[in-house]
Write a protein that binds this ligand. Structure first.
Ligand code: HEC
Length: 114
């Protein structure tokens, strides 16, 4: 293949990459409000959690560093039973909403305290 015949493929590749990059960025609009409505009663409006019900402290950088995005997204989707009980939100929230809650709000609490 000579260069001119390859150009359309290079363009398609570039557009695909740009699309993937956009999909990788979470859409944070409305995520904070959703957290306040759906999560803050157990996690606190400040994200610091409540020791009595064993909710983790999202503002602790060490807690943030111990968990991957995938792990946190899985916990919100399927729930998690540790010392406390985190309910599953699959079916109630869309994967996009869960992604934004974790990557914008939960991670956001960690960033403001570094
Ligand atoms: C009924 C109370 C309750 C509600 C509502 C709740 N959580 Fe939780 N969540 C918990 C508890 C308790 C834990 C700790 C579970 C454990 O012992 O590991 C937890 C853990 C988590 C974790 C950490 C998971 C991990 O891997 O350690 C994340 C992230 C989280 N919740 C996000 C959310 C989000 C986002 C919402 C709202 C959509 C939400 N939670 C709603 C009680 C709640």
């Amino acid at each position: 293949m000579n260069l001119p015949s390859r150009l359309p493929w290079i363009a398609i590749f570039a557009i695909t990459l740009a699309g993937a990059a956009a999909a990788a960025r979470p859409d944070c609009r409305g995520a904070h409000q959703l957290f306040m409505q759906t999560c803050s009663m157990c996690h606190g409006a400040n994200g610091a959690g409540y020791p009595t019900i064993h909710t983790p402290n999202f503002t602790d950088p060490k807690w943030q560093a111990r968990h991957t995005d995938a792990e946190l997204i899985a916990a919100v989707t399927h729930g998690k039973q540790g010392a406390g009980r985190m309910p599953a939100f699959q079916g109630q929230l869309t994967p996009k909403q869960i992604d934004a809650l974790v990557r914008c709000v939960v991670r956001g609490y960690g960033k403001s305290h570094k």
